[in-house]
Design a protein. Structure first.
Length: 155
């Protein structure tokens, strides 16, 4: 096995672990009713934030492996997501289906809110739709991510 092949297998393994974290955090969020009180709402909120964080880590990891330049600036998170929803000819297919780009964007916005709204109450009525958005986004995105991982594992 060449060093390049070995690096691609490590990349695929790391990216698969990132995706598995997305799915695990979705499962955590879906198992708890955020209307049960503060601890339950916090559990769901953190699970949502961790799910998006793992997804973003996967996207960054794949960009770096593709040799794309490091992102900078105040809007890099939004641009990363927007670019993941578009194919890069000769480099990679889309990683985010267009029909769920909005859902991923809502989760990104929620993660930003959670990181900066320390004293905010977490409302179940706002968390439940985000869990549904994450579920929809994961279901639609998983085939694309799994295909990208398959390609990375090919010799």
């Amino acid at each position: 096995m060449s060093p390049v092949d070995a690096r691609m297998l490590v990349l695929a393994s790391d990216a698969e672990r990132d995706w598995d974290l997305v799915v695990q955090n979705l499962q955590k969020a879906a198992r708890v009713d955020p209307g049960g009180g503060g601890p339950e709402a916090a559990w769901v909120a953190l699970s949502l934030a961790h799910a998006y964080g793992a997804f973003e880590t996967l996207l960054v990891r794949l960009e770096r492996a593709s040799g794309l330049p490091e992102r900078t600036g105040a809007t890099w998170h939004r641009r990363l997501l927007a670019d993941a929803a578009r194919a890069v000819p000769g480099l990679r297919p889309s990683l985010v289906p267009a029909e769920v780009e909005r859902e991923w964007g809502e989760l990104l916005g929620f993660r930003h809110f959670l990181h900066h709204a320390y004293a905010a109450d977490l409302e179940a009525s706002k968390l439940r739709p985000l869990v549904e958005s994450l579920s929809t986004a994961v279901a639609a995105t998983e085939p694309l991510v799994r295909e990208a991982l398959r390609v990375l594992r090919e010799p």
